[in-house]
Design a protein around this ligand. Structure first.
Ligand SMILES: [Zn+2]
Length: 299
């Protein structure tokens, strides 16, 4: 892909401070963009106020800057984009790709996949609680730059919620609307989002059939000594800006970017030269060297 055409992004949720797993995703997507002189955007996915931590958004941005991961253009905040999500929902409804759903957790009990109760419309006494994407029967695939060939079947996933019963926009809809509007065409992110990719591909095609293709790279998950994904729930510790050179070096090693005998990145980290280390990383970046299996991180 030519340099001018590349638009990547990092899209954290302000539910806590950046930990090593989120730093790995930010670093990999930054390197992949900068390697070809592409654009790298930051989007704050702040659509779920009950889960958010006050001050986390600005803390994340300060941390990215402290790690030398500077972004292009203004930071987009999803909390300011409700009108765009409402437009998208209306568009899908007008095109018979979205419908109101009256189901409750109780009526869906025992169904691993949404059974399509409301797809044909609601009875007069029922009222809309959430909205779902009408997926129909589709199969598809994509070639993931890290995980390889991936396939999906909509009947195994079911019509999914795009506007929640609590009135909040679902993650899937917001991400696709924003990626389309920001012109994002390469997504490098954690494998915990692998299950979202088919939904996002289907929504993207429904919202803009003429949209260009998007490339995906799902990074290995970082797990703790117990094999649990690093997250706020598993008490992953926040990355400290003061330790940026060493943590960036460790992240690059985990990403398979530093082959044995390469002394330059170690020397740059020892000298505390964050900008130099990042420059080296972007110049020598090889997405094909990123491992696919989970990696352990004690931190
Ligand atoms: Zn329903």
């Amino acid at each position: 892909m030519n340099a001018a055409g590349y638009v990547g992004r990092f899209a954290p949720s302000p539910t806590g401070r950046l930990h090593m797993g989120s730093l790995l995703a930010a670093l990999a997507s930054w390197c992949d963009a900068r390697h070809v002189g592409g654009v790298w955007r930051v989007r704050m996915e702040d659509l779920d106020p009950p889960r958010e931590v006050p001050g986390a958004a600005s803390d994340i941005l300060r941390t990215l800057e402290g790690f030398g991961l500077h972004w292009d253009g203004p930071v987009v905040y999803q909390s300011q984009r409700h009108a765009s999500y409402a437009d998208a929902l209306n568009f899908l409804k007008q095109n018979n790709r979205a419908y109101g759903c009256a189901c409750t957790r109780k009526t869906l009990q025992g169904h691993a996949v949404y059974p399509g109760h409301c797809r044909k419309g609601l009875e007069s006494e029922q009222s809309v609680r959430s909205h779902r994407f009408d997926w129909g029967q589709q199969k598809g695939d994509w070639t993931d730059a890290v995980q390889g060939e991936c396939t999906w079947d909509s009947t195994e996933i079911g019509d999914f919620v795009i506007k929640r019963a609590d009135g909040l926009w679902a993650y899937q809809l917001a991400v696709v609307v924003d990626d389309l509007e920001q012109g994002v065409n390469v997504v490098v992110r954690g494998s915990d989002l692998l299950d979202s990719t088919p939904k996002q591909l289907a929504l993207r095609a429904a919202l803009d059939p003429l949209a260009g293709s998007i490339r995906w790279a799902h990074l290995p998950l970082l797990v703790n000594a117990e094999g649990q994904k690093l997250s706020k729930q598993t008490l992953a510790s926040a990355v400290e800006v003061a330790k940026a050179p060493g943590l960036l070096l460790a992240a690059l090693k985990m990403l398979g970017q530093i082959s044995p005998g390469k002394s330059e990145p170690q020397a740059l980290a020892d000298a505390g030269d964050v900008e130099g280390l990042l420059h080296w990383a972007s110049q020598n970046w090889h997405l094909s060297q990123v491992p696919s299996a989970p990696l352990q991180w004690q931190g």
